[in-house]
Design a protein around this ligand. Structure first.
Ligand code: GDP
Ligand code: MG
Length: 389
């Protein structure tokens, strides 16, 4: 089925005039944004369709397709990136290959971020309680690109936002593929710092209990690894020890996007994640937002003395209800240049923990690299010796 808007034609975000928007009225009934991520072929698009069906009556989802390269989507999209950017044209005009075309198309879409946010806000006012966002087939196009960051963090500062990571259980039955998938999931979890739900997809083809077992029982995973004769086994074994703590932050749920099994349980997990966002994540994003606004105000040029004599200037409303004026300065990113505010003691403690985790990880990688280099040199020396004798 081609993309079609359920409410009077797919709306091009170009038709919205930002100047005419009333930003002061605030976001009433902000919809929950659910960003669907996962490896190519894991079933993101099929999952999105099934989630829409299951959430329709209760949450009336607003649907966004951000994959510029898909031929068609099996659901009715309210916003479709293909209506805004023609990725084949982008490839031609900028002489790019398919991947470059997709990344550039997403970058172009991101320049319309304020309009995108405004459309979602309006959807919330019209009674859409959820906004489901399907992402490009290749995961790295979204997770390792500037535009993916801007979209994710831009949404997270405005709306309750949750990440659903779709994982193919059939492919993950191989312990090393399972580990790759988990490393990817963990890197996204730590990068986005948003509530994170793993949808173990395709359980109609394979039962997912082995995933839950491997995540909770280290020995069971080791046993599975024993049966594999791959040179990466040692690394994977060590990794599995390190990943134990990451697993604690992951909620998993088995689903089949084709049959619909498991979706009622998934909806419950999603509602828990919304609460988690409100409780743990929203204050962080709110703080970042206020910090950025304060910096902007400091940098703003001084008022005309004539205006100043008329009274004292007051900052305009600084809450989650404000939509950004432009993408460059008003989307609040966890940038490398951002200085954290003084924190509460328990926050500081968790930051120290995070730093220690970072250091441990770097040390682990360093040790691994050194060990590999030493082994390599030793092997070379042995080979030279053998050649001499
Ligand atoms: N059997 C089965 N197949 C699925 C399921 N979910 C997706 N697929 C299939 O997996 C393939 C890739 O799905 P798609 O949604 O396009 O993946 P995407 O690239 O992540 O968007 C398609 O052939 C789907 O029909 C599922 O739950 N069960
Ligand atoms: Mg897809």
């Amino acid at each position: 089925m081609a993309s079609a808007a359920p409410e009077g034609g797919a709306q091009s975000i170009d038709n919205i005039k930002l100047e005419s928007l009333s930003l002061s009225e605030g976001i009433r009934d902000a919809p929950v944004c659910i960003i669907v991520l996962g490896m190519a072929g894991s079933g993101k698009t099929t999952f999105t369709r099934s989630l829409i069906e299951h959430a329709q009556t209760q949450f009336n989802p607003y649907v966004v397709n951000l994959d510029p390269a898909c031929r068609e989507v099996p659901y009715a999209a309210h916003i479709d990136i293909r209506d805004t950017v023609n990725y084949k044209e982008v490839m031609k005009q900028y002489q790019l290959g398919p991947n470059g075309g997709i990344v550039t198309a997403l970058n172009m879409f991101t320049t319309k971020m304020p309009k995108f946010v405004e459309l979602i806000r309006r959807a919330g006012e019209r009674g859409h309680k959820w906004c489901i966002i399907d992402t490009p087939g290749q995961i790295e196009v979204f997770t390792w690109s500037a535009s993916g960051n801007i979209i994710t963090e831009g949404l997270a500062t405005m709306f309750p936002t949750i990440i659903v990571y779709v994982m193919d259980v059939v492919r993950s039955a191989c312990p090393t593929t399972f580990m790759s998938n988990m490393l990817y999931a963990c890197s996204i979890l730590y990068k986005t710092r948003l509530p994170f739900l793993v949808a173990l997809n395709k359980i109609d083809l394979k039962d997912c209990s082995f995933v839950q077992e491997w995540m909770t029982d280290f020995e069971a995973y080791q046993e599975a690894l024993e049966s594999e004769t791959s040179f990466v086994n040692n690394l994977t074994r060590t990794m599995s020890l390190t990943l134990d703590t990451f697993y604690e932050n992951l909620t998993t749920c088995g689903v089949s996007s084709t049959t619909g099994v498991g979706f009622s349980q998934l909806l419950k997990h999603l509602l828990d994640s919304v609460n988690e966002y409100e409780r743990d994540y929203k204050p962080v994003y709110e703080k970042m937002r206020l910090q950025r606004l304060a910096q902007e105000q400091e940098a703003a040029p001084a008022l005309d003395p004539k205006i100043q004599s008329e009274g004292v200037a007051l900052p305009l409303g600084l809450d989650l209800s404000d939509a950004p004026h432009n993408t460059g300065s008003n989307v609040f990113l966890v940038g490398a240049d951002m200085k954290p505010e003084p924190m509460e003691p328990d926050e500081q403690e968790s930051d120290v923990k995070r730093d220690t985790e970072d250091q441990n990880f770097h040390r682990f990688v360093q040790n691994h690299v050194t060990a590999t280099q030493t082994k390599h040199v030793k092997l070379q020396q042995e080979a030279e010796k053998a050649a001499q004798t």
